[in-house]
Design a protein around this ligand. Sequence first.
Ligand code: ADP
Length: 165
Amino acid sequence: MNKATTAVYPGTFDPITNGHIDIIERGARLFNYVVVAIAENPGKHPLFSLQQRRELAVLALAHLPNVRIVAFSGLLVDLVHEVGAQVILRGLRAVSDFEYEFQLASMNRRLDARVETVFLTPAEHYAFISSSLVREIARLSGPVAEFVPSVVATALMAKFSEQGA
Ligand code: ADP
């Protein structure tokens, strides 16, 4: 790859998990830069605020020098141009992800034909992790240390003890 390529990895990251990090690490080896774009996504009623999700991602990705983290609330293809990227990166865990991801990629292509979507798959032992399951386990005081970085596990514990108080 001799062109300077920047990929945007968008998502809700509520919160960032080891599965997301696996995809970002793979992306950071393939592309010159990866911009992790945290969507405000009010429709999903996130557990963590946009600012908290951004802070957790910054801490969890501090070991990757060619990765930066931004928060956004507009159209993804607009952000892609704003940061000078050419690629949208997404993760595929299972066949169940495919339909939605295919629709999203097709819509983004319709919105801007110059932007390509690239899919990466995580290591097998991360394929079953989702932010929603992690939130549910943490809410029920179950162990999440295996699925998220320690800063995220701590933030989840704090969040649910604050809500329970
Ligand atoms: P969104 O609300 O956009 O789906 P998510 O934060 O849930 O945001 O996911 C962002 C991207 O990361 C999606 O492409 C999703 O399929 C992918 N992803 C989520 N969890 C994992 C995982 N464990 N392994 C690989 N990819 C994942």
